[in-house]
Design a protein around this ligand. Structure first.
Ligand SMILES: [Mg+2]
Length: 365
């Protein structure tokens, strides 16, 4: 089977709940998504999606993804999309780095592989552990009372895991987490995510002030060295997210992080995320599989990879298709009681809404 034609679409995905704010005042009003279709000579079409979270969350931006696709796409014609590792190596040989730009192509390859094999991704990626995975919901950084109100809104909607955006003034951050903890039902799982926003001293101050709280701390400082320096002072489980951009980073986090957040776009797609997921599980680390953004196509991939992660090592995933006002595919099961299922049809198991995608910005072959 060969790639005969590649088309790519740009799609704006506004957030239902307005601006999404993380540490450092970084804010986004939605995702600027890229959807890729790989059309084969065998009449099978595979779909993939990627979206960075603005341009200052990761070293990735939407315009960069589109420019990289212009470079990559013509040179992938004639390649076999079902040989996913080989195709990834081909992409890396054409363009060094820019993993985020390759993620949608890789996802589309897995969609083709699944459709060709007649198997859903969850099974292809190692096996389906249970029927649903836990979802978390982020509470955008704001004043403590506002965040408490939003967290309540989400727990009423069924979410049982709340991620509180911190990474600002440590005392105010502790007030944020305390306000949310006091507002949500007992048993709600709390994460405090600084998105690398604290200097080491601020992170130390936060963990000192928050010591009595029951929470998991996510990416307190930007650098791995600072997170490692914090570790002896930190009584909480520590999860690294922004730091984990590949296998070398994962290995460096061993013994330091209790868990890792794997984002499909950051690490380069399903192939590389699966590699990291499997390595993390073997190393005894807990894993969140998610992404930097997207709608239904991307959410399907996150759900499959999450569901194929053994439950004992699984943290949670995210239902971005419910964060945004635009649905770009049918077939995603509804999130229910804070949990998400993966489709059972072959491949990603979703069908793109062509009327939503509109005209492609790129068409080769
Ligand atoms: Mg995070």
């Amino acid at each position: 089977m060969r790639i005969a034609r590649i088309t790519a679409y740009r799609l704006d995905l506004p957030f239902k709940d307005g601006a999404y704010v993380v540490s450092g005042g970084r804010a986004a009003l939605g995702f600027d998504a890229t959807v890729v279709a790989l059309h084969t000579d065998g009449d099978v079409t595979g779909w993939g999606e990627m979206a960075p979270l603005g341009a200052a969350y990761d070293p990735a931006f939407a315009g960069g993804a589109r420019a990289a696709l212009e470079e990559l796409a013509p040179l992938l014609l004639g390649e076999d999309p079902t040989q996913v590792v080989r195709l990834n190596r081909r992409m890396d040989a054409i363009l060094m780095g820019h993993n985020y730009a390759k993620a949608a192509i890789d996802m589309a390859c897995w969609d083709i592989l699944g459709k060709t094999a007649g198997m859903p991704l969850a099974e292809l990626l190692g096996g389906r552990y249970g029927e649903t995975v836990d979802l978390y919901r982020s509470v955008s950084q704001d004043a403590p009372a506002v965040m408490a109100q939003r967290a309540t809104h989400y727990t009423r909607a069924g979410y049982r895991r709340i991620q509180v955006k911190v990474g600002g003034d440590p005392a105010e951050d502790v007030a944020r987490v305390r306000a949310v903890a006091a507002a949500v039902p007992r048993g709600t799982v709390l994460f405090a995510d600084a998105n690398g926003g604290w200097a080491l001293g601020d992170a130390r101050r936060f963990v000192g002030l928050a010591r009595d709280l029951d929470l998991t701390l996510e990416q307190p400082c930007r650098s791995l060295a600072d997170c490692a320096a914090l570790r002896p002072h930190c009584p909480f489980p520590l999860v690294l997210d922004e730091s984990i951009d590949g296998l070398a980073a994962l290995l460096a986090a061993r013994g330091l992080a209790d868990g890792v957040t794997l984002k499909l776009a950051r690490v380069g797609g399903v192939t590389k995320a699966r590699q990291l997921r499997d390595a993390a599980v073997e190393l005894g680390m807990k894993v969140t599989v998610e992404d930097t953004g997207g709608s239904d196509i991307d959410t399907a991939a996150m759900a499959h990879l999450s569901l194929s992660t053994p439950e004992a090592f699984r943290l949670h995933t995210v239902d971005f298709n419910n964060w945004v006002t635009v649905s770009n595919a049918t077939g995603m099961p509804e999130a229910k009681d804070g949990r998400l299922a993966a489709p059972t049809a072959p491949g990603l198991g979703v069908t793109p809404r062509m009327e939503v995608l509109g005209e492609p910005f790129l068409e080769v072959g």
